[in-house]
Design a protein around this ligand. Structure first.
Ligand code: F6R
Length: 605
């Protein structure tokens, strides 16, 4: 989603900003812009499309002050006028987040704006405070922001009045400052955009940093100077190398045997014993746990769902999985005693997840993170540590390797808790050794890639499908349906296999595809075959995925998966569905890594 990069220093601002914006590209955006300040004037280029389209050669190279942005449209369509930076009067800014009361502010200050954005209104209010009330850029920004409702990470300059000043303020949208050598500061919404230093300062909500004459000072919104703490952050830089694959989704699906090993490295010992250093729960807290909440959005939510059953069986306590956007309003759940809330996120920057975590923490719940992005806001906010996935940067908008690592990380956490709670060691060791097998099983599933591509091309003509799963395979069906929908635009609806006859079966005819996930368990298998009979009796088409096809030759297509046992069969079937989704999208010629309307990191609520 939206990304911010700014620079205050002595080198060419435009190059630093441009390379920082390139690092943020994978998060998804639809327009980009760079503005530099020289001789008290702004020089700007902004364009619809990719960062490459911004012509930085048209900007002066000697400027040491500038701001840049990648925009994912929220208020107003994808147009050049709506792209950032925005200028109103003397003030130019870039903004992440949403100013909810922008229409009131626009009317109150009688602003005439060029764009349809809330951000230009914010520039107008800051300009008003500078021009009419004579405040400095910093004071005007604080005063304007204190009238705003919503979230923001904002960088602003006002060269005609304060030629050498840049301010950066934060409430709800992250701002991190890279402190380089020679009085150089790189300000960004994500540490990965800071390429030249690993010394960083993270602004907290309600803080504003002022950069002028080679200095940085952080203030609270009451203008009280704050001490700053520099941290060393080792971020991973994104690379454009597709390593011979045609898309990042394809590459990341195939990386899973390696990324799973990284997630487990040093955390499961060879005899299946769990060794986790990240969770900061005392033995007392672990022993007295009465329930676990798992919270996330989209694929992260489904990763939680798919582990719920196994955790409940292993720990014998309820495991509640909630959408982050809903959890924050579930006041009774937020006050559950003897509970822990685990927040799952690839990016660690998803606004809904951050808001839910902050509400849970505010109400005194211990919060933990299962996060891929090192140093991200979620990883830094949780109260009781967590687990990094170590899956490496995921660039495809559709999440694949982060999903499998989340499932494994959660199962490891379950094994770790079970061990500490003194639960039957044989089950815990079995889980550990099964998990250590996942890279091999996933590698074996990837060997069917060409066969899956053939099936994918044959089913790509359907416009609608069900993805049906029973018991532990229902959450796998949910994730499979999401993957198919987002990359191929085929409408896919996941259902528990047994629910189909309670209504959705009305959709079945010869033009409707049902993708049925076949359980290994004998009883479940029989029940699933009965469901398939019901579909075939209505001329519906059936693609089965699992270790066995439907009985009696009822599958029109079948994707065989290895027989693995209940702890990891869902992961293996998921890997087949990831390939199927990729294959359908490929057959339909979709833009697989940048599906329409989607962003990698959803930083607005
Ligand atoms: C689906 C997908 C999204 C994300 C969701 C949460 O493929 O990528 O559904 O899973 O937006 O993102 P994170 O995990 O970054 O919090």
């Amino acid at each position: 989603m939206c990304g911010i990069v700014g620079y205050a220093g002595t080198k060419g601002a435009k190059d630093v900003i441009y390379s920082g914006l390139k690092q943020l590209e994978y998060r998804g955006y639809d327009s980009a812009g760079v503005l530099v300040v020289e001789d008290g004037k702004i020089h700007i280029d902004k364009e619809v499309g990719t960062v490459n389209k911004v012509d930085i050669t048209s900007l002066p190279g000697t400027s040491g002050l500038g701001i840049g942005h990648t925009r994912w449209a929220t208020h107003g369509g994808v147009t050049k006028d709506n792209a950032h930076p925005h200028t109103y009067g003397n003030v130019s800014l870039v903004h992440n987040g949403i100013i909810e009361n922008y229409e009131d502010l626009k009317n109150r200050y009688e602003l005439t704006t060029v764009s349809e954005t809330d951000s230009e209104v914010l520039a107008g209010v800051i300009d008003y405070k500078m021009t009419t009330d004579n405040y400095s850029l910093r004071e005007a920004t604080v005063r304007a922001l204190s009238e705003c409702q919503g979230t923001y990470g904002v960088l602003a300059v006002a060269p005609a009045k304060e030629p050498g000043t840049l301010v950066a303020a934060r409430s709800g949208s992250p701002i991190v400052i890279g402190v380089g050598a020679d009085k150089e500061y790189i300000i960004a919404s994500d540490p990965s955009a800071i390429l030249t230093t690993n010394k960083m300062v993270f602004l907290s909500d309600g803080e504003i940093a002022e950069f002028k004459n080679g200095t940085m000072q952080v203030y609270d919104f009451a203008s009280k100077p704050k001490d700053i703490t520099e941290e060393t952050v080792e971020t991973e830089k994104s690379s454009d190398d597709l390593k011979g694959f045609d898309t990042y989704m394809h590459k990341e699906i195939f990386e899973q045997p390696d990324t799973l090993k990284e997630t487990m490295r040093g955390r499961i010992l060879s005899e299946g014993k769990f060794n986790l250093g990240g969770p900061n729960l005392t033995n007392e807290q672990i022993k007295s746990l009465k329930s676990i909440f798992i919270i996330g959005c989209g694929t992260a939510f489904y990763a939680g769902q798919s582990v719920k059953y196994a955790l409940e069986e292993l720990l014998d306590i309820p495991v509640v999985v909630e959408y982050a956007s809903e959890f924050r309003y579930r006041h009774a759940a937020l006050e559950a005693d003897n509970s822990v809330a685990i927040f799952m996120s690839q990016s660690g920057e998803t606004a809904d997840t951050l808001a839910a975590e902050s509400e849970a923490r505010r109400r005194g719940m211990p919060t933990m993170g299962i996060v891929n992005s090192v140093g991200s806001t979620l990883a830094r906010s949780v109260s009781h540590g967590g687990i990094y996935l170590h899956a490496g940067i995921e660039k495809s908008v559709a999440s694949t390797k982060a999903y499998s690592s989340m499932v494994v990380a959660l199962l490891m956490f379950g094994g770790f808790l079970a061990e500490k709670r003194g639960l039957p060691l044989s089950d815990v060791r079995q889980l550990g050794t099964d998990l250590l097998d996942t890279p091999r099983e996933i590698a074996s599933m990837l060997e069917s890639f060409e066969d899956i591509m053939t099936v994918a091309s044959e089913v790509s003509g359907f416009s609608n499908c069900f993805v049906l799963g029973r018991d532990t395979l229902y959450p796998v069906a949910l994730e499979g349906a999401l993957k198919i929908t987002e990359v191929s635009y085929m409408h896919a609806q996941a259902l528990p296999t047994g629910e189909m006859k309670h209504g959705p079966i009305a959709l079945i005819d010869e033009n409707h595809l049902s993708i049925v996930l076949m359980p290994e368990d004998k009883l479940m298998y029989e029940k699933t075959c009965s469901g398939i009979q019901e579909i075939r009796a209505r001329n519906g088409k059936v693609l089965t995925v699992g270790s066995r096809p439907a009985k009696g030759g009822l599958s029109d297509w079948h994707i065989p998966t290895p027989m693995t046992g209940k702890n990891i069969s869902g992961l293996v079937i998921n890997c087949a569905l990831q390939q199927l989704a990729y294959g359908i999208a490929n057959s339909l010629g979709r833009n697989i890594d940048r599906p329409r309307n989607l962003a990698k990191s959803v930083t607005v609520e």
